[in-house]
Design a protein around this ligand. Structure first.
Ligand SMILES: Cc1cc2nc3c(=O)[nH]c(=O)nc-3n(C[C@H](O)[C@H](O)[C@H](O)COP(=O)(O)OP(=O)(O)OC[C@H]3O[C@@H](n4cnc5c(N)ncnc54)[C@H](O)[C@@H]3O)c2cc1C
Length: 805
């Protein structure tokens, strides 16, 4: 064993071996992996080995597709048989809603480059004669699905890594981790210690424990999972061909051929975390858990109905094994916030579908400073302190039990709620608010009429919220609206050197004292890293607003960039709460709550002032994402409820109405304003997204400047546009293709109904040449193509007169 390495990967499951391989492939030498037992000794050895590219999350789909495509090359390069079976896969729908969803998915796959097709029930029966298709609506067929030998795949990654110079130390357990004065990790193992510049936690079932060695709590928990293998079935032997793998989505089970038998796995509703408080170090020498068949009865009944031959076939083997889940089912990848050079590659629930992509992503991040594409959906920084152990156990169990259930775009699952509320929660509830959740915090989506239950029916189409949201939008544009904006992130950057540090980090010019600017932030690659709003409080003191759910992500970025600059950053989100008021009467409303002159002359657009508002010490910023005259009023959190109540009382004479985030979405779409994770993300650049108008290209130095200048000289093919869509009863939502004569010309980033303009709207990245050609465009909505056209200007108030009124 070496005494010093550049990277030490902890864990020899499929994920750790994939990380090692990808680091070596990207040219890093002096890298090693420690495995406490034999390779695969955690979850990897007992996996069912199925793989598929389909995933509701487009980033995960891409990474899964990469993983699947990699195996042939890996087999060839490593010389290790992986037992690959590309059988193709049937994703079966037995309800009309599911069929809608598959039709929508099939269209989205055109954007992702996946070659899926829709099959009729007859075609499903032809491909899988042992299936009862009497209630089947159809299936989505993916030719790239199949299964492999999990042991072979893991060993192949390890062998390939070794061929490229990496080392693997088996029977070497990491027992302690210390970050030392030499800015490297001292890794203590039961075979001696190693000095490592970087450490990767790929501890799988023990990833929490490995996290504890470094002093962090990672949000994952192992869950028990069963599959059964039947006795041989003569009909399968007689087929003379291999059956495809199947996911019976409404039956919540998966199935694959196992020679002449079948392997059937179930995601039972009665999900059980395993070793909730810690995985014993003694577990895992090819160890399984005792089967709990009584928990599976309901699921198995469904399976036996779908595959009737199982009723007369014996069970040869039952496997109950643990593997890890996170609250949203996605892996935990990237630099762990608060630690230096400590990387996460864990929480991977489908290692054989996702492990390759996770390894590639992490290796790119480590070697190049950032991954190739936006991976926020699997970033370890996407969770915050609300993800306590209890939260993680409850929410991960919920994810497990809903693994194949339809996740509606307007649905917020109930477990572990409310975890966090703002000071207005009870008041908004009393107003019949219907709540969603973001970064653990309950957020009002819309307000139901007093005589109705505060509830929204999950749906792919327009829901019962539609009319109520319309009223909120109309109030916002004709009288006034009020919204709890406490969840917006607020960062204070201060200290000697704050101006220089921020000026370097933000791609825009910094505002003067008392003024506000929209300030995009770029990564070194020139891709977007933030769409922040910056207020200059004083020389060397700034306040930055951003999306609330990005707090951990942004704080990690700030910590990285402000080190040694003299600037310090404080996250003020929880201690500072706020309300936004907007609409033509909002100035009247503010002036009735403050003794100060708030006229346009004294308080123009994009300025802020410290005022007493309804007796509360407030920072009032004249900005509004609605595109209306409006103000965001921030106060210490304890002042918020009285401020809100006073505002409602005064506002009752001015037509003030409570507004939720659904209405906000409609209003901002009418203005063509983008949202982070939709129109703006690390997948896009300033020119593509239109944020270039805020970039100060003349500035001498800022992160991403060189790439931004290159981009300005050679603009990318796609650009962000707003589309008016001839929709019927549903809006575009995310990642639907925009087509020109059946060719994919772009994709939707978000959609909604513009209630004040009476149009279905979508924002989309579309190829410039297709826009210029003026050929008819179509956008797919729930599988149906609808005509649409690019708007040359925002759907409402193109000159921005309302905002500046
Ligand atoms: C019953 C079942 C069926 C499954 N079916 C599928 C399927 O069909 N398809 C699919 O894609 N996935 C499937 N999975 C999930 C899959 O097994 C996991 O996603 C995958 O194995 C996770 O790999 P990993 O490398 O993250 O973790 P692990 O396999 O748990 O590997 C972690 C490794 O780290 C080592 N380690 C931990 N701590 C230390 C330490 N301190 N020092 C040194 N070494 C350490 C452990 O010994 C272990 O070998 C299934 C899982 C189960 C239980």
């Amino acid at each position: 064993m070496k005494s010093q390495v550049r990277v030490l990967v902890i864990g020899g499951g499929v994920v750790g071996c994939s990380v090692l391989y990808h680091l070596a492939k990207l040219g890093w030498t002096d890298i090693a992996l420690c495995e406490r037992k034999e390779l695969t000794a955690g979850s990897s050895w007992h996996a069912a080995g199925m793989f598929h590219a389909l995933n509701g999350d487009a980033t995960m789909s891409r990474l899964q597709s990469y993983t699947i495509g990699l195996y042939r090359e890996l087999e060839r390069f490593s010389g290790q048989d992986i037992g690959l079976h590309y059988t193709g896969g049937l994703n079966v729908a037995a309800t009309a809603e599911r069929w809608d969803l598959l039709r929508a998915d099939c269209e989205r796959h055109r954007v992702l480059g996946l070659d899926t097709t829709l099959l009729s029930p007859g075609e499903v029966a032809e491909r899988f004669p042992l299936m009862d298709v009497s209630d089947v609506k159809g299936a989505l067929f993916d030719p790239m699905e199949g299964y492999l030998d999990p042991y072979g795949a893991t060993i192949a990654f390890a062998k390939a890594a070794r061929r490229l110079g990496a080392e693997v130390y088996r029977h070497t357990r990491v027992t302690a981790l210390t970050f030392g004065p030499r800015r490297s990790w001292t890794v203590t193992t039961d075979q001696g210690s190693i000095e490592a510049e970087h450490v990767v936690n790929a501890g799988g079932l023990w990833a929490r424990e490995v996290g504890h060695l470094a002093g962090v709590e990672l949000p994952l928990v192992p869950m028990e999972h069963h599959y059964l293998i039947t006795e041989d079935i003569p009909e399968i032997a007689q087929l003379g061909r291999e059956l495809p793998v199947v996911v019976d989505l409404d039956g919540e089970m998966y199935l694959r051929p196992e020679r002449h038998a079948l392997l059937l796995g179930v995601y039972e509703r009665d999900a059980t975390p395993w070793s909730r408080d810690g995985t014993p170090w003694t577990f895992g020498d090819n160890e399984l858990l005792p089967p709990q068949l009584d928990r599976l009865t309901d699921s198995l009944e469904k399976g036996f109905r779908r595959f009737p031959r199982l009723n007369t076939t014996g069970i040869r083997k039952i496997v109950n094994g643990p593997f890890t889940f996170t609250p949203d089912g996605n892996p935990l990848v990237g630099p762990v916030p608060g630690l230096r050079n400590f990387w996460s590659a864990c929480g991977v629930m489908a290692g054989f579908a996702q492990g390759g992509g996770v390894g590639k992503t992490l290796a790119e991040w480590m070697t190049a400073g950032e991954p190739e594409c936006d991976v926020f959906g699997l970033d370890v920084a996407r969770f915050g302190p609300y993800a306590t152990r209890d939260y993680v156990a409850v929410k991960s169990s919920e994810f497990y039990s809903r693994r194949f259930r339809i996740a509606y775009p307007n649905e917020f699952w109930p477990a572990a709620r409310p975890a966090k509320v703002t000071a207005l929660h009870n008041l908004l509830q009393a107003d019949n608010g219907v709540f969603g959740v973001s970064y653990g915090v309950e957020t009002a989506l819309f307000f139901a009429p007093k005589d109705q239950l505060p509830h929204e029916a999950p749906s792919l189409r327009r829901s019962n919220a539609f009319e109520h949201v319309a009223e909120e939008c109309r109030a916002a544009r004709s009288t006034a609206g009020i919204l709890d904006c406490s969840t917006f992130a607020k960062y204070e950057v201060s200290g000697k050197g704050a101006h220089e540090a921020l000026d370097r980090l933000l791609a825009a010019r910094l505002p003067e004292p008392g003024r506000i600017r929209l300030t995009p932030m770029l990564a070194a690659s020139g891709r977007l890293m933030g769409d922040l709003t910056t207020l200059c409080l004083a020389e060397d003191r700034y306040l930055l607003f951003g999306s609330g759910y990005l707090q951990n992500w942004h704080m990690r970025w700030f910590a990285e960039h402000f080190a040694d600059t003299g600037a310090s950053v404080h996250n003020r989100t929880e201690e500072t709460a706020g309300i936004a008021i907007f609409g033509p009467n909002s100035r009247d409303l503010l002036s009735q709550m403050s003794r100060e002159d708030v006229s346009d002359g004294r308080m123009p657009f994009m300025t802020f002032r410290h005022l007493d508002v309804a007796g509360a010490p407030a920072l009032v910023a004249r900005i509004s994402v609605t595109g209306e005259l409006g103000y965001e009023i921030y106060v210490p959190a304890m002042y918020l409820a009285p401020l809100y109540e006073r505002c409602r009382a005064v506002g009752s004479r001015l037509g003030l109405r409570g507004v939720g985030t659904y209405a906000l979405n409609s209003l901002r779409l009418e203005k063509g304003y983008g949202y982070w994770s939709r129109e703006y993300s690390r997948d896009y650049t300033p020119i593509m997204s239109g944020l270039s108008r805020f970039v100060d290209y003349e500035k001498r130095a800022f992160v991403g400047r060189d790439a931004a200048l290159r981009e300005r000289d050679t603009p990318p093919a796609m650009r962000l546009v707003t589309l008016e869509v001839d929709a019927l009863d549903a809006e575009a939502s995310f990642y639907e293709p925009v087509s020109v004569r059946d060719k994919v010309a772009g994709f939707v980033t978000s959609g909604g109904f513009g209630h004040c303009v009476g149009k279905s709207l979508a924002m989309a990245y579309v190829d410039r040449s297709d826009i210029a050609s003026r050929e008819p465009l179509e956008v797919s909505i729930i599988g149906d193509r609808r005509s649409c056209r690019v708007l040359d200007a925002p759907a409402i108030d193109p000159e921005g007169l309302r905002l500046r009124s």
